[in-house]
Design a protein around this ligand. Structure first.
Ligand code: SF4
Length: 468
């Protein structure tokens, strides 16, 4: 599994990989263009953004009350509700359930929460045959890696990579024809759907009023994972609540364009309990695992609770100049891109996630593209401050900032030192005139201005005074 503290290493690897950057650039360009076309066609887009933000604020204003009501309604509907305080407890609940029910094979539909809790390795360790059924997730599972995007898990691979992967792992003849590859995956997965004892999915939205949860998808694999096996287990972060199913259309209206540039998602599965009659479609048993894993602390933090409004659409990733250069694995965790950069330290702690909030140019494009109006740049700055205050930054940075703050309050000394540095720099006979570790591996910093900002500023003030 990737680790956020190894971010530097992952970034170096990503920057060396031109194929990865080409694949990421191509896919994100298309997603950005398609989203923008749909937003342009929707004159009330900004109103929608405000409205969904308001709905989420409302339901998470009193999370305990909302969760208690949701649980009670789920139980009344025949859904078995389990609470997991952390990732380990969530994994254990699912592994124990599978053991109790004598499950041998599991089919999974795409779920970032299961990536967050590292469920697959736990299921495999318990001897459970587990298959991802979303095409992108299936490819990533065959590759032995984790998703590199919130909505496009295999974004880092080209069709040639996938052709070689299928040849090696599935023993088929090499082809890079997307249709042929799709047919192979479909054939293999069909066998698994029909023989699985348990289905596992994530949850996109959980409606408090009705005690029902919603799974959104485009491939019908979630529908098959939910409806064919006798037992269904869904796992949701406790922030997935929405007030009611009557609010769902607003979220659907912003989700599909932001996620895949579609007007609407192909399938919206609403699960409000197990099948009631023998001839009905659906699982005989439904279990819902509600995961905390640090979310309560985030909800209690007034300045950062808004980060939990995320609906995992991926629009902020597609537009982010940093993500577009390095892809999702560089962030070292299940969530990536601008929203990942805020969630990584929040879920993993400031020490483990200390590099993530710095993976941003703070250009603000993520906020402009976020359908939930999450002020990501502001939250990144809050986290940067907290990391700096807790002393988790690099030693060289801490020493540098100490020296700078010492000089900044002594203007004469500051002018003397910077003037001296500019003179010394003029004498250094090479282009990389001000070597800084890491940074100049890819670019020169340029020479310091020998005259200095202050003298230029004073000159311009003098000129202005003279002109009056
Ligand atoms: S932060 Fe906003 S844009 Fe990014 S994934 Fe979440 S909802 Fe989408």
């Amino acid at each position: 599994m990737l680790k956020p503290r190894k971010t530097h290493h992952y970034i170096r690897q990503a920057l060396k990989n031109d194929c990865l950057r080409a694949a990421v650039g191509k896919a994100t360009d298309l997603a950005v263009r398609k989203r923008q076309d749909l937003v342009n066609e929707t004159p009330y887009w900004e109103d929608l953004r405000h409205h969904v933000h308001h709905l989420k604020s409302k339901v998470l204003e009193n999370p305990e009350q909302s969760l208690m009501t949701f649980e009670a309604r789920c139980i009344a509907n025949g859904i078995n509700v389990h609470w997991a305080e952390d990732a380990a407890e969530a994994r254990q609940i699912i592994v124990d359930l599978a053991a109790q029910k004598k499950v041998k094979k599991i089919v999974k539909s795409k779920s970032l929460t299961t990536e967050e809790i590292e469920l697959n390795p736990a299921l495999e360790k318990a001897g459970l045959e587990t298959w991802e059924t979303d095409l992108g997730e299936y490819i990533v599972q065959l590759e032995g890696k984790t998703p590199s995007h919130l909505t496009m898990p295999a974004l880092h691979l080209s069709r040639y990579d996938i052709g070689r992967l299928f040849e090696k792992k599935l023993g088929i003849e090499y082809t890079d024809n997307p249709n042929e590859l799709l047919q192979v995956a479909r054939q293999r997965l069909r066998e698994h759907f029909l023989s699985a004892d348990m289905g596992i999915s994530g949850v996109n939205f959980a409606a408090v009023e009705e005690g029902a949860f919603v799974v959104i998808e485009n491939e019908a694999n979630a529908h098959l994972s939910i409806s064919i096996p006798k037992i269904h287990v869904a796992i949701m972060g406790l922030e997935k609540l929405i007030p009611s199913l009557s609010d769902l259309p607003y979220f659907l209206k912003v989700l599909a364009p932001s996620a895949t540039g579609q007007k609407a998602s192909s399938y919206v599965n609403i699960i409000g309990g197990p099948q009631q009659h023998l001839m009905e479609e659906g699982p005989e048993e439904v279990h819902l695992v509600i995961l905390d894993n640090g979310r309560s602390n985030i909800l209690a933090d007034a300045s950062l609770r808004e980060t939990l409004f995320c609906i995992r659409c991926g629009a902020c990733l597609n537009i982010c100049p940093v993500f577009r250069q390095v892809g999702g694995h560089a962030y070292g965790w299940a969530y990536m891109g601008p929203i990942g950069a805020t969630l990584i330290p929040l879920y993993n702690g400031l020490s483990e996630g200390r590099y993530a909030p710095f993976l941003s140019s703070l250009c603000g494009a993520c906020f402009d593209n976020c359908p939930m109006r999450i002020q990501i740049p502001k939250h990144l700055l809050t986290l940067r401050n907290r990391i700096a205050e807790s002393g988790k930054t690099m030693l060289i940075e801490r020493v540098g900032m100490k020296i700078w703050s010492m000089l900044a309050v002594r203007p004469r000394l500051y002018r003397f030192i910077t003037g001296l540095a500019a003179i010394v720099q003029q004498l250094i006979p090479f282009d990389k005139a001000f070597p800084a570790p890491g940074y100049v591996r890819h670019r020169a910093l340029g020479r310091m201005d020998s005259k200095g900002f202050r003298s230029r500023f004073m000159d311009s003030e003098d000129r202005r005074e003279g002109g009056r």
